[in-house]
Design a protein around this ligand. Sequence first.
Ligand code: PLP
Length: 397
Amino acid sequence: MINNEMMALGKKSSVIREIFEYAKKRKAEIGADNVFDFSIGNPSIPAPARINETMKDLIDNKDPVALHGYTSAQGDMGVRSTIAASIKRRFGVDATADYIYMTCGAAASLTITLNALLNAGDEVIVLAPFFPEYKVFIGKAGGVAKVVPCREEDFQIDFHKLSAAISEKTKAIIVNSPNNPTGVVMSKETIKSLAQLLDEKQKEFGSDIYIIADEPYRELVYGGVEVPYIPCFYDNTVVCYSYSKSLSLPGERIGYVFVNPTLKDSRDVFAAVCGAGRALGFVCAPSLLQYTIGECIDEVSDVSIYDKNRRLLVETLSSYGYKTARPDGAFYLFMKALESDAYAFCERAKKYELLLVPSDDFGFPGYVRIAYCVTTEQIERALPSFKKLYEDYEENK
Ligand code: PLP
């Protein structure tokens, strides 16, 4: 008998994937330009040119045995030192290579961290709306996800609800800022209040409560908004980072876990991260990508197109009458559906060839996610459809 839970997981594709597949079919039927697919968070800008140049240079000039060989399990020492120096330079945190574990992207960073921290039955708080895979990762690490909704007016943390949800069983809280699906950036006040609350709760329960900072969108922010670096505010923090979105490298699978050195028993926690990496078969992240990151540590993507898309969408959709969360980061817009059932709203949007993702799987019903990592032309062509959809609801109230 095989594992039924895994089989069920494998058979059920995510709602995002279902819409993405529908988009492909529909494009074949009526032409790609007539379908407005806002379903998937695949970066639409190319990786910085230096990434490709560095990869070519490494292939042409680095000893091929070393280039394609195993690095140490936690990643190449030189690359980890470069990343640690960059963390220190940018955020003033005393990072060293001894606290960095190279991974295959944020998904691996999260599963490794959860497996390193959790014992069976431990609770992990997830703030809704959330990245749906959290529940899968937490469950497989033996934990229990406890969902705490954010405040609807600004999608910052609702501290009354959070305080009530924390118990002696709470092992961690996942904080994803800039956020998928809302695009909201947690403010400094929010992070400070969170640190204060967790400090109080740690004392009350005599336990360690970790913040798992899931940060694949850290560099995707607009209008000069600052993304607080959580280790600066709270010692018991583990950062799960990925270059998937910041450098448009999602298919290359590269990221890291950073255990804050001031975290309690940080050496042991880092050992547990190494152990989890080993137990999950995640040792030695792709070496070509590790070396590339080591050479391109200061590279940034030009996110001006995302910013342009964001402004165009927010301004025009608001002028039609739609309500959205304030999107300061990532490349998602979280928009209130025009009826309480977001699935029904998405079905009606399909009539106008608008492919949107209902928010139910993000744990916050009644909204849709619009991934605006698309061409600006697609948005321009889609806007009349958004207008017609709004009018459709006005006429059929
Ligand atoms: N966390 C969040 C919030 C995400 O949106 C994603 C991907 O979309 C991931 C983690 C996984 O990222 P990666 O592709 O680097 O594994």
